[in-house]
Design a protein around this ligand. Structure first.
Ligand code: CU
Length: 121
């Protein structure tokens, strides 16, 4: 009984912890450092590279933003206008329609979410 339960509990914990770690930029950069020692090939792949776009619409209640974006290399997506969720609603506070932005979108739990976004100057 205990022996069969334990591995799945451990798996869930691992998933929770890894998703928490993924939230912080610091964790990402430290894992980058770990990878550099592994091989220089993994360094060559642009991970979480910023994409460019223009804000078309902001839905603060739904925590969604419509972005007319250029090519998203990390998602292998061509330029288009589409709706993204944002990871944190507070990310929308500094944005307004018409802003040129740099942003990072990632596939999270089956949908695309903006995990970082900032107006371009
Ligand atoms: Cu798109």
């Amino acid at each position: 009984m205990m022996r069969s339960l334990f591995p799945s509990v451990f798996l869930v914990l691992t998933l929770v912890i890894s998703s928490m770690v993924g939230n912080t930029a610091m964790a990402a950069s430290s894992s980058d450092m770990a990878q550099t020692t592994a091989s220089s090939v993994t360094r060559a792949a642009p991970q979480n590279s910023f994409s460019h776009g223009e804000i078309q619409e902001i839905n603060r209640l739904a925590a969604k933003v419509t972005i007319k974006h250029g090519e998203l290399k990390n998602l292998d997506m061509p330029a288009m206008t589409m709706v993204f969720r944002v990871k944190e609603p507070s990310m929308l506070e500094r944005l307004k329609v018409g802003d040129q932005v740099s942003f990072i979108a990632e596939q999270i739990g089956g949908h695309l979410a903006v995990v970082a976004i900032e107006p371009m100057k």
